[in-house]
Design a protein around this ligand. Structure first.
Ligand code: PLP
Length: 366
C-alpha cells in the first residue's frame, strides 16, 4: 500500500481495477451480478444499497437484534423509507418463521426489501441467511434481500448466489484486513435491474455512473488508491488461503475463545451455541459489574483494545474480536489481557484458566 500514487486516469490503471473487480465476487461465492468499491465505509454501503434499488418512501421489513441492525434501520428511515421492524431480543438471531409470517401477511407485496445483518457485531450472533432466504421463498415474496456482511464477509462462509442475496455490503477494515476507508457492495442481477428502474435520487453512490466507468476500468471520481493496492493484495491472500479454509480457521479460533469465556465462568451474549459468531465474541459481565471498566483497564493497563458494549448492551458486555489476520498465538495474548482485566475488576477467576482452555483447542498435536 505504501507506494507511489498513480494516475487513476492513465491507460495502465484499468489493470488494477479489473484485478479487483473481477476477483471480489469469489470472496462471497458470487458468479452473477456485480461488485462495486467506493471510498467509503460499511455505513455508506447501507445507503448505497438502498438508494440504488428503492423508490422514494418504499416500505421495508427489518429485523432488529443489536446495534448494527438498529443503525441499518435508522439509516433507511433517515433516507425516508418506511421500515417495519421485527423486534428480537439482543443475543438472538433472525427468526425465519416470523419473517415468513410477516411476508405472508404482505399479500400486496408492498415490502420492496428485507434488511438483515448476517453477523450482528454488537452481540456476536450469526444469523442463518439461507434460512431467511427459504422463508422469503416460502412466502413467495419478491422483496430484495439486503445483507449486511460487515463482520462476516471474507471471514465466515458467505454464499451470495446460493443464499439468493440481492445486495451485500461490507467495509475494508474487517475480513479484508485493511484500514477503514473502502465500502464494498455486491449486487445480484435482480438488484442491478432495480438500479435502472429505482427512482430514489442519488449522486455520489449512483451505481449507474459507477457501472459505466468500471466497464472500462475506471472510477467516476478519485479512488482511494492506497486502499485499492491493499485490497488487490488482500484478495490474493484470501484466495490463496481459500474461503473454506478461512471459515474453518475462524471456527477453530472462535471455539478456543468461547472455551476461555466458559472457563472464566462467564457466558457469551449469543443465547444459543448454534448462533455464536466465529468472528467475535460478546461476553456478558456478572450482574452489577460494568463492562466498560474492563475495556478501559484492558486498554490502559494491558495495551489491548476490546470492543465496548453498544446500545442496549452498553455496560453489560464487552467484545473480543477474532477475525481477519489473526492466529492462535495472537489470540492467546488477547485472552491473557482479558483475563488480567477481568481479575482487576473483581471477577473471580483463576489466572490462566481461559488461556489454558483455549490452548487445549488450538494445540496441534504431533
Ligand atoms: N454493520 C456492521 C455489522 C458493523 O459491524 C459495522 C461496524 O462495525 C457497520 C455496519 C458500520 O460499518 P462502518 O463502521 O464501516 O461504517
Amino acid at each position: 500500500m505504501h507506494r507511489q500514487q498513480e494516475d487513476h486516469r492513465s491507460s495502465a490503471f484499468p489493470t488494477l481495477t479489473r484485478s479487483i473487480l473481477s476477483r471480489l465476487p469469489q470472496i462471497v461465492n458470487q458468479t452473477k451480478g456485480q461488485a462495486f468499491v467506493f471510498p467509503a465505509s460499511g455505513t455508506a454501503m447501507w445507503e448505497a444499497a438502498l438508494v440504488n434499488t428503492l423508490d422514494p418512501g418504499a416500505r421495508l421489513l427489518a429485523i432488529r437484534f443489536g446495534q448494527f441492525s438498529h443503525l441499518f434501520i435508522t439509516t433507511a428511515r433517515a433516507l425516508g423509507y418506511a421500515v417495519d421492524v421485527i423486534e428480537v431480543p439482543w443475543g438472538e438471531a433472525a427468526p425465519a418463521d416470523r419473517i415468513e409470517d410477516a411476508l405472508h401477511a404482505d399479500a400486496a407485496h408492498e415490502y420492496q426489501g428485507l434488511l438483515l445483518v448476517h453477523n450482528e457485531t454488537a452481540t456476536g450472533v450469526t444469523s442463518d441467511v439461507a434460512g431467511v432466504r427459504a422463508a422469503i421463498d416460502r412466502a413467495q415474496h419478491p422483496a430484495l434481500l439486503y445483507v449486511d456482511g460487515v463482520s462476516s464477509i471474507a471471514s465466515l462462509e458467505f454464499q451470495f448466489d446460493a443464499w439468493g442475496v440481492d445486495l451485500a455490503i461490507t467495509g475494508s477494515q474487517k475480513g479484508f484486513m485493511l484500514p477503514g476507508g473502502l465500502g464494498i457492495l455486491y449486487t445480484s442481477e435482480k438488484a442491478l435491474a432495480r438500479v435502472d428502474s429505482a427512482t430514489t435520487p442519488r449522486a455520489y453512490f449512483d451505481l449507474r455512473a459507477m457501472r459505466v466507468q468500471n466497464a472500462s476500468g475506471y472510477f467516476p471520481s478519485t479512488p482511494a488508491l492506497s486502499l485499492l493496492f491493499g485490497l488487490d493484495e488482500s484478495i490474493t491472500m484470501l484466495l490463496e488461503e481459500g474461503m473454506p479454509a478461512i471459515a474453518a480457521r475462524h471456527r477453530r479460533l472462535a471455539t478456543g475463545v468461547r472455551a476461555a469465556v466458559r472457563a472464566w465462568g462467564l457466558t457469551p451474549c449469543a443465547r444459543r451455541p448454534e448462533i455464536e459468531s466465529d468472528t467475535l465474541t460478546a461476553v456478558v459481565m456478572p450482574d452489577g459489574m460494568d463492562s466498560s471498566r474492563v475495556v478501559e483497564i484492558a486498554f490502559k493497563r494491558y495495551d489491548i483494545s476490546l470492543g465496548a458494549g453498544l446500545g442496549e448492551v452498553a455496560g453489560k458486555v464487552f467484545r473480543i474480536g477474532h477475525l481477519g489476520d489473526t492466529n492462535a498465538l495472537t489470540l492467546a495474548g488477547a485472552l491473557a489481557g482479558v483475563e488480567m482485566s477481568l481479575a482487576d475488576v473483581g471477577v473471580p477467576l483463576t489466572l490462566g484458566s481461559g488461556v489454558g482452555a483455549a490452548l487445549s483447542h488450538w494445540r496441534v498435536p504431533a
